[in-house]
Design a binder for this molecule. Sequence first.
Ligand SMILES: Nc1ncnc2c1ncn2[C@@H]1O[C@H](COP(=O)(O)OP(=O)(O)OP(=O)(O)O)[C@@H](O)[C@H]1O
Ligand SMILES: [Mg+2]
Length: 379
Amino acid sequence: MSVQTPRPAPLADYGMLGPIGPLVADPLVTEVMVMGADAVYVEIHGHIVLTNIRFASTEELMHMIRFIVESVGRRIDDESPLCDARLADGSRVHAVIPPIAVDGPMLTIRKFAHDPYTEADLIALGSCTAAGFAFLRSCVLARANILISGGTGTGKTTLLNLLSGYIPSDARIVTIEDAAELQLRQGHVARLESRPPDADGRKQVTIRDLVITSLRMRPDRIVVGEVRGPEALDMLQAMNTGHEGSMTTVHANKSRDALSRIETMVLMAGIELPIKAIRQQVASAFNILVHLDRLRDGTRRVVEISEITGMEDDTISTQGVFRFASAGATASGSVQGHFEPSGLRPRILDRLPVMGLPTPPELAGLFPGLGPAGRPPLA
Ligand SMILES: Nc1ncnc2c1ncn2[C@@H]1O[C@H](COP(=O)(O)OP(=O)(O)OP(=O)(O)O)[C@@H](O)[C@H]1O
Ligand SMILES: [Mg+2]
């Protein structure tokens, strides 16, 4: 059984998007950002570029925004000037209009990846190495709970999609998202999507509601698109009580902020627990932290993989597994560097023999006790 929320009514084609239709249709464009009628930016190859596309007038732009928003049964006006919607192709749309948008209506379209990046793609792009992915695959097979962190647009959802793909197909997976972006290939996936409140502030179904609901659906693993609020508490409890192998993402610009952000979110759930007890729950829930960043040259990379090893006094202790060590940039600005193993043997790998799983050959020599030494492949 697969649980799905109703899809929005499809837009006829990109032609309905007026002057920005060709940009949204262009496979090289990953994001389209409209800043009033006279400025349309796109992101291509990780760089933001101003295009020469213009709307004839603010009215034309407003008309298109209303069309998009109404096609998913929502409305945008003075009373509710912010709106999230989705195009029929799955692209995420965010619109904001005056008076909130000071200089005119704005629209941000995150293009849906029809052909999501594969492990080989990300290795070719220099985002991670074969050894890095071999380690992460082993973590997923060993039922590690994984937290992916990074700033806006650093590739969190893309990596979550890829790591979810390593989950064995005999597991019952429940996915929970604000906007269904994940594209799992396994057959047995129950997909849940939250719902914002309607114009009267009713009918909202939050991510937290869905995490709680999912626990009654006998999931083996829960994949939450992004934790932003009190659902962090329910997620921790799920991870600590038999749903090992779950994963989620969190918005954090620095790796070390990711776990404290989770703590803050747990506090938002309004529970009366001392901070140390919350920290203990965080430390025992998550095993692996993967941090992503977008570098100066526009490339998105896994910059750090670390293992959460427990608590030392009042702090959560972590141990590095891999990190991207930057070695400057070329004349053209391209960032060089190596994805280096820490040299400390990750404890999670000890689960592999116990679970009857092989240790991946890509990790041989990278960590003590894993075969002959060898230099890690270049990033
Ligand atoms: N490793 C990568 N290399 C190049 N482009 C990437 C990489 N990972 C993701 N992208 C592209 O970057 C854009 C943002 O990716 P994604 O949606 O995964 O980021 P995110 O961190 O989840 O963003 P948000 O914070 O908005 O949720 C997408 O267009 C995606 O295709
Ligand atoms: Mg995302």
